[in-house]
Design a protein. Structure first.
Ligand code: FAD
Ligand code: UDP
Length: 390
């Protein structure tokens, strides 16, 4: 029997929309995209708030990549506002560059001491080199030990406690390694060659990706309303009928398997938005507060988007534990990179590999702390390797 849709994509974030676009355009096949929220874009969704300021509803999103293929692919669907993100951290009453760099050092220490520490850093690691804090803490040199402990205490310890409920050394070193100490005077948050935000917003980019006539989008629909997974037969049912097309699943992999190996833990966030009747609020896009308040950072959206507007909107991020049953804590923003969680994930992954026609893709389905570019790259790769020319 002929099926109406050759592919079903679950979730309309970056993973789902990119794979749907490829299938629709390159394979010229019909795709049904099922999304439980009332909008596309997943956590990269943006919208104009009540005062007309473009905001990122699920926290600040800056696109940055080394991958030319990814940049060029998305550039077919958007122009860019070429923004290079800057972050300051409030340390000892001063606002200094984050990642912590040589300028941060100069601003926080007396000049002779700063010079000595800079010299030692460069001698030990080189110039323009990124050193994860946990690696810097391993150095034997007494001065560098002192500096490492200072940065650890003032930049990483309390921020990480707030963000993850854990100390930096209790979580995968990858996490704090994302924001290494940078032996440089480059005060940008990322050094990738391609950086920016979509000129007309992320949502417009997603609209363009999904605009192909082969794509049918269903919002406000949890896939479980339409799809059943028979875990004994390892088959997918669409309503009562077996579904013989392909499924690309970008939701939580533990949910897909009805939590049979237990729940994969996540961190969630609560966002507090404020519109201020002033043209600007802070010096840079994001101000981190490692040591004060319950929130981790404040972002001013106009700095990221370049929008001209007489007022400005900011967001404070309050980390909370994730609980799928509790309103306000039920969005799984961050997988928690820890060995014990990875072991649970591996069981789900193995189970997933037994389903011939299901592909698991994205931050939730692969339980991986992906940035947007990595998700796009993975979607393009899965399409190229597994789904193209069908
Ligand atoms: P998602 O965006 O989570 O999309 C998954 C989709 O599946 C969602 O729309 C969800 O509603 C849907 N779904 C889930 N379950 C179901 C269901 N049962 N039925 C139907 N639909 C379902 N990355 C960067 O590169 N730069 C940044 O600056 C950046 N900042 C970030 C800031 C924050 C606060 C957060 C949380 C993330 C940030 N990211 C950033 C990461 C970025 O959000 C992710 O890489 C990207 O959104 C992952 O896309 P995805 O499609 O895998 O997942
Ligand atoms: N981090 C920190 N202090 C900072 C900035 C980052 O301790 O001022 C740590 C913290 O553990 C955080 C991680 O580095 O979760 C990664 O930071 P990033 O800005 O990449 O996080 P994201 O933007 O993904 O929330």
């Amino acid at each position: 029997m002929r099926i109406l849709f050759d592919y079903i994509v679950i979730g309309a974030g970056f993973a789902g929309t990119v794979i749907a676009e490829r299938i629709a355009r390159i394979n010229n096949k019909k795709v049904l995209v099922i999304e439980k929220r009332n909008h596309i874009g997943g956590n990269a969704y943006d919208t104009y708030d009540h005062s007309g300021v473009l905001v990122h509803q699920y926290g600040p999103h800056i696109f940055h990549t080394k991958l030319k293929e990814v940049w060029e692919y998305l550039s077919e669907h958007t122009e860019w506002y070429l923004y290079h993100h800057k972050v300051l951290g409030k340390i000892d009453g001063k606002e200094v560059p984050i990642p912590f760099n040589l300028d941060s050092l100069d601003q926080l220490f007396p000049s002779d001491m700063a010079k000595r520490l800079e010299k030692k850093l460069i001698e030990n690691f080189g110039f323009n080199v990124k050193v994860p804090i946990l690696k810097l803490k391993d150095t034997q040199d007494e001065d560098l030990q002192f500096l490492a402990n200072y940065i650890y205490e003032k930049v990483f310890l309390n921020y990480t406690m707030k963000q993850w409920g854990m100390k930096p050394d209790e979580i995968d070193p990858y996490v704090t390694g994302r924001v290494p100490v940078y032996i440089s005077r480059d005060d940008r948050y990322f050094q990738d060659p391609f950086q920016g935000v979509p000129k007309y917003g992320y949502t417009k980019l997603f609209e363009s990706l999904l605009s192909h006539p082969n794509i049918k989008l269903m919002l406000n629909t949890d896939y479980k309303e339409l799809i059943n997974i028979n875990m004994e037969e390892k088959k997918i049912y669409f309503g009562e009928k077996e579904y013989t097309g392909k499924v690309i699943f970008t939701g939580k992999i533990d949910e897909f398997f009805q939590y049979k190996y237990g729940e994969l833990p996540y961190r969630s966030l609560q966002f507090q938005f404020d519109t201020i009747q002033e043209e600007r609020y802070q010096k840079v896009g994001t101000l981190n507060y490692p040591n004060d308040y319950d929130f981790t950072r404040i972002t001013e959206f106009k700095k990221l988007t370049g929008q001209n507007h007489p007022h400005t909107t900011i967001v404070r991020e309050y980390p909370v534990s994730y609980d799928k049953e509790v309103e306000g804590q039920n969005i799984p923003y961050y997988p928690i990179p820890k060995e014990e969680n990875h072991l649970i994930y591996k069981q789900y992954k193995k189970e997933g590999s037994l389903y011939e026609n299901v592909y698991f893709l994205g931050r939730l389905a692969e339980y991986t702390y992906y940035d947007m570019d990595a998700v796009v790259a993975k979607a393009l790769k899965v399409f190229r390797d597994k789904l193209s020319c069908e």
